[in-house]
Design a protein around this ligand. Structure first.
Ligand code: PXP
Length: 238
């Protein structure tokens, strides 16, 4: 089980004052030193946090895996193909959302997404699809030839009661098992924190977790290396 760190919110803080600090690339290097297996960033169409120059510098600087989260739209696809991240994670994107709200509707957009996956394949860039934990979405993802899926853990993280959380956990576990049986790599992420991560980390069919907000928040108090190490410790103990 491995942990990749999403550094978008280092850029959010930087952009609050329009200058250069804190620098997401410096943060990414510290995350790597602390043991993160990869760095994740989301180049949104509105560039609200990570910008084009950040992606370019990250590609040149970090030593571990760069996972570029992105909407499957022509402008960002063009940037991804030029930048050549180690993985692209396709997510749905709405301008007014605070963060990614649901998974991609692979079932409903099968033909379009199959073309996008193929475009990345021709450019030797592996693709992950961020989807809700349903059988239909996992099967549709496998059908269109993606390399991986990332299971959306947001509903699990937002569950208000133990029984709701348990139900969401089972959905994630089932989706991970199905993904693995269809020979997909299986990642998970969204809303994971220092309390709710260990149960997800214990699912053996999940290869990697993508965690951002909780780690960056903790970093404000204990420093980013310590925050990353604490999360890795939780994952390794699961
Ligand atoms: N995975 C995906 C696809 C995401 O869109 C996000 C949020 O950017 C994350 C993981 C990380 O979520 P969080 O910041 O809540 O840990």
């Amino acid at each position: 089980m491995r942990v990749a760190i999403n550094i978008d919110h280092i850029a959010t803080l930087r952009n609050a004052r329009g200058g250069n600090e804190p620098d997401p690339v410096s943060a990414a290097l510290l995350c790597e030193q602390a043991g993160a297996v990869g760095i994740v960033c989301h180049l949104r169409e509105d560039r609200r946090h990570i910008n084009d120059e950040d992606v370019r510098r990250l590609r040149l600087t970090i030593k571990k895996k760069l996972d570029l989260e992105m909407a499957a739209v022509p402008e960002i696809i063009g940037i991804a193909v030029t930048t050549k991240p180690d993985l692209v994670t396709l997510v749905p994107e709405k301008r007014l959302e605070l963060t990614t709200e649901g998974g991609l509707d692979v079932v409903g957009q099968k033909k379009y997404l199959a073309g996008v996956v193929e475009q990345f394949r021709q450019n030797n860039i592996p693709v992950s699809l961020f989807i809700d934990p349903t059988e239909a979405q996992v099967r549709a993802s496998a059908d269109i030839g993606t390399d991986m899926i990332e299971i959306h853990t947001g509903e699990y993280a937002d569950a208000k009661t133990d029984s709701e959380r348990n139900e969401q956990f089972m959905r994630i576990q089932e989706a991970a098992r199905l993904g693995k049986s269809l020979n997909l790599g299986v990642n998970a992420g969204h809303g994971l924190d220092y309390e709710n991560t260990s149960a997800i980390a214990a699912i053996r069919d999940i290869d990697e977790m993508s965690i951002g907000h909780a780690v960056i928040v903790r970093a404000l108090f204990v420093g980013i290396e310590q925050a990353v190490k604490e999360m890795i410790k939780i994952v390794e103990a699961s």
